[in-house]
Ligand binder design. Structure first.
Ligand code: MG
Ligand code: ZN
Length: 356
């Protein structure tokens, strides 16, 4: 009899533990370091004397990055999985493995009153940001991707990509069209403060300059601008913002460690800024991860100077290792453990009260 009671109580405790609801965040900032594996973080931060943002997170997990058709994902499939919750084929943007348009996070949360935005150091139509608002079978169709912004599911987009709006193959002036839909559209190499609840702000013809070319604090400023504009005309003050350190990946493809390092350190400072704000705010969930690792980077022994390392790249493409996930704020505990990249979408859904 006693044994039965103990078993019953144990079962009740377990049940209690599984039904305990996580705290729901009012705002989510999701930062993607494209191509940012553990070796990129280890290498770039090794001798950094500023604040290491990654060390400030209480919750850390690991995400398995394979796509539906390749152990080694590309950035289209790698970001689409975050926005639709399904693995898809390399090159896909917002479509499932059969090429079918699949509802994305922004479309699902808009009816609940959440506002949405993307910020990147690539064009705003590049694979990672595009995956959050567009549905096309090929990431290369950036003119077609820009068109999807007129659907209005993404309120704020800041990055590069002037040519996909103003210098298109079809000669349309997308800015004129988007303005009729209530967007404030700006093409200007300087990022200036502007108050507009629906804003497309593009600062370079295609991708933005590199840090080594003097991009400065563009990403930090763009992130702050997006966050303040997402609160305009926003009764519930709920928003989901995706911020991408796009060029960590590009430095990896070129096997240029110093390029990658400068981009990652810039991203680190953006994470610090977002974390500071989230700590002040108390209702913001901050999640940082990568779509995949780029370059097959390893840090190997430096026989001439053993206090540092040499870098070794094994590919000009991506690799298939797990990538870290860092989380802070209400609901952060959901992100610990080892899981498929699809789970990141499902964790967000759960935290935003979305029924699947
Ligand atoms: Mg990207
Ligand atoms: Zn890449």
């Amino acid at each position: 009899m006693q044994k039965k009671w103990i078993l019953f109580l144990a079962a009740a405790c377990l049940l209690g533990a599984t039904v305990a609801k996580p705290k729901q965040p009012k705002r989510i900032v999701f930062l993607i370091g494209d191509g940012m594996g553990l070796t990129q973080i280890s290498g770039a931060m090794a001798h950094y004397t500023g604040r290491n943002a990654f060390e400030r997170f209480p919750v850390i997990g690991l995400s398995k990055t394979a796509s539906s058709d390749n152990w080694v994902t590309d950035s289209g499939a790698g970001a689409t999985v975050f926005s639709i919750g399904k693995k898809t084929f390399n090159g896909a943007i917002g479509v499932d493995s059969l090429g079918k348009e699949s509802p994305n996070l922004f479309e699902l949360i808009k009816p609940l009153g959440w506002r949405t935005g993307v910020v990147a150091t690539s064009s705003v139509t590049h694979a990672t940001p595009a995956s959050f608002y567009a549905h096309v079978p090929s990431r290369k169709s950036e003119d077609a991707i820009a068109d999807f912004l007129s659907r209005g599911t993404c309120d704020v987009a800041i990055g590069g990509g002037i040519k996909f709006f103003k210098n298109r193959a079809d000669k349309r002036d997308l800015f004129a069209e988007l303005q009729t839909k209530g967007f404030t559209c700006i093409a200007n190499t300087e990022l200036q403060t502007v108050a507009a609840p629906k804003l497309i702000y593009v600062c370079d013809s295609n991708g933005m300059k590199t840090m080594q070319q003097g991009r400065g604090d563009f990403l930090a400023k763009a992130t702050r601008l997006a966050q303040s504009n997402l609160l305009l005309d926003n009764k519930k003050k709920n928003y989901f913002l995706m911020v991408e350190g796009s060029q960590i990946d590009w430095g990896g493809h070129d096997n240029l460690f110093e390029y990658m390092k400068a981009e990652l350190i810039d991203f680190n400072e953006v994470i610090n800024q977002v974390l500071d704000e989230a700590i002040r705010d108390g209702n913001t969930l901050v999640v940082v991860t990568a779509d995949h690792e780029t370059g097959g980077l390893s840090l190997i022994e430096n026989k001439e100077n053993k206090s540092t390392f040499k870098v070794h790249y094994s590919t000009g493409g991506h690799s298939g290792v797990m990538v870290p996930v860092f989380a802070y704020g209400p609901g952060a505990e959901l992100f610990s453990g080892i899981y498929e990249n699809t789970e990141i979408f499902h964790k967000f859904c759960k935290l935003m009260g979305l029924k699947k």
